[in-house]
Design a protein around this ligand. Sequence first.
Ligand SMILES: C[S@@+](CC[C@H](N)C(=O)[O-])C[C@H]1O[C@@H](n2cnc3c(N)ncnc32)[C@H](O)[C@@H]1O
Length: 255
Amino acid sequence: MAKTIKIIGIGAGDPDHLTLQAVKALNQVDAVFLMDKGPAKDKLIALRREICRRHLTERPYRFVEAASPERDRDGDYAGQVQDLNARKQDVFERLIGELADGECGGFLVWGDPSLYDSTIRIVGAIADSGRHDITWEVIPGISSIQALVAKHRTTLNRIGSPVEITTGRRLAAGLSADVDSVVVMLDAENAYEALAESDAFEIFWGAYVGTPDEILISGRLKDVAGEIVRRRAEAREANGWIMDSYLLRRDEPKS
Ligand SMILES: C[S@@+](CC[C@H](N)C(=O)[O-])C[C@H]1O[C@@H](n2cnc3c(N)ncnc32)[C@H](O)[C@@H]1O
């Protein structure tokens, strides 16, 4: 009998982000796979355990833990990511190997699994390889982007306009002139600072959104960039890690 894999989005930090669909899916798993890494590991794993304690109430289940491989920082970035994903695939295959035939395993993915997360790609590759007889599905979650803009009580896009989602690394390489709303994730280097001179942007920034450590700052980028840099550094120092993202909105051209 095939094994079933559920990739379940759990939201971006608030246990109440879990959707009814995610709760239903959780209550079908026999094994919850826990994989995290880095200094945030303990808090992020604790949140997953808390979600299971609160919501996985209809059947017995077990946790199956594995250390998540770290990116080897030698070589070019694309190569590093490719190598990391190959090692992650080995770990995922071992976890799936821990399921008995006919059992169901759940990967609890931070935010939404479609966004800057490799779980879908890796499980897809495992299914395609034919090495494991699995059926699999994806349950969407509330992403950190949705959580961020909801907390700031704003929209992602201007009426009829697009929004770009990118990384700090890409923003640092330059923002196209035709992009007026951009969400930036995975920014370790305060890439927004480079745009603060221009006085053409608003920023909606949030760290640890949805958790008790949440910090929200918004305003004219020029006015608040310094405060964000300072609060970000303090929070990172205090917690040992930081998870932050922001929406930058360029001023509309004056008619
Ligand atoms: C590897 S990506 C995962 C994104 C996730 N799949 C999602 O849907 O939000 C991690 C990045 O998401 C953002 N992030 C995740 N959770 C966050 C939170 N609670 N508050 C602010 N940003 C968050 C940060 O930019 C972080 O560097």
